[in-house]
Structures are given as structure tokens and as C-alpha cells.
Unconditional design. Structure first.
Length: 141
């Protein structure tokens, strides 16, 4: 096996592990407790699509935490108008939102519970597995 093949295998496996963690935390967040959140920063950035950057604070057992995660797969929008009409983003900007945090590690938080990007996840995993199988096929056969 050459260095390039080993590197590619490492990248593919790392991406699969990363996606697995996103799915695990996203699904387990459905059972996480919540705390009231206070918005510190809300910024919309438009390059090819509109993405959101947030910064918020919340308190757990009297200790202050700062979070930046909207969900385990951040939402994006086609236009600024679509963003402005989104109910979730409007609620965050009105400062009427809960922060869901990991019970043992309150520093891990999100504004949206669950993991709803199954279509994209399945596609990415299939593409990664296809890449791994192609790499193995080219190396050994």
C-alpha cells in the first residue's frame, strides 16, 4: 500500500467517524435538558448561499457558558428573504429561545434538538464508502 492510499483511507475513515458523532449527538440531544438562552451575536453571511453564525450564552447550575451551535448540521438558506421569513431565526433574534445542553458536559449545546439531515447524511456516507471500496479495489485487484 502506498502513502497516498493510506492517506485517503485515513481521510475517508475520519469523515465517517465525524458524521457518526454528528448523528450520535444530534439524536441524543432529543433528551437533553434546556436553559434559557441570551443572544450575543447573530450574523448572516452570503456567499453562494446564506448561512447563519450565532453566539449565545446560557447558565447551568449558576455557571455561564457560551455556545455557537445552531444544530448538528447548520441550516442554510437560498436568499436573505428566506432567512427573514424563517420562524426559528426570528424567534432567536427576539431572544425567546432555549439552549439544549449535554447533561454531563454542559459546554456541548445546541439550539435545535435532533438530527434531521438524513438524506444528505446517507448520500455522504454512501459516497465515502464507495470511495473506500474503490480505493481497496485499486490497491488489491
Amino acid at each position: 500500500m502506498d502513502v497516498f492510499a493510506i492517506t485517503l483511507m485515513g481521510i475517508f475513515c475520519s469523515l465517517l467517524i465525524f458524521i457518526s458523532f454528528l448523528i450520535y449527538f444530534g439524536q441524543s440531544s432529543r433528551k437533553w435538558p434546556s436553559a434559557a438562552g441570551k443572544l450575543l451575536e447573530f450574523k448572516a453571511e452570503q456567499v453562494r448561499f446564506v448561512s447563519i453564525k450565532v453566539k449565545y450564552e446560557y447558565f447551568v447550575n449558576g455557571e455561564k457558558y457560551i455556545g455557537k451551535r445552531i444544530s448538528f448540521i447548520n441550516p442554510f438558506f437560498s436568499t436573505l428573504e428566506e432567512l427573514k421569513s424563517d420562524e426559528f431565526c426570528s424567534r432567536i433574534q427576539r431572544e425567546d429561545f432555549n439552549v439544549f445542553y449535554h447533561r454531563k458536559y454542559p459546554k456541548i449545546s445546541t439550539l435545535k434538538r435532533g438530527y434531521n439531515e438524513w438524506g444528505a447524511t446517507v448520500l455522504v456516507i454512501l459516497m465515502l464508502l464507495f470511495g473506500v471500496f474503490e480505493l481497496i479495489k485499486n490497491i488489491y485487484f
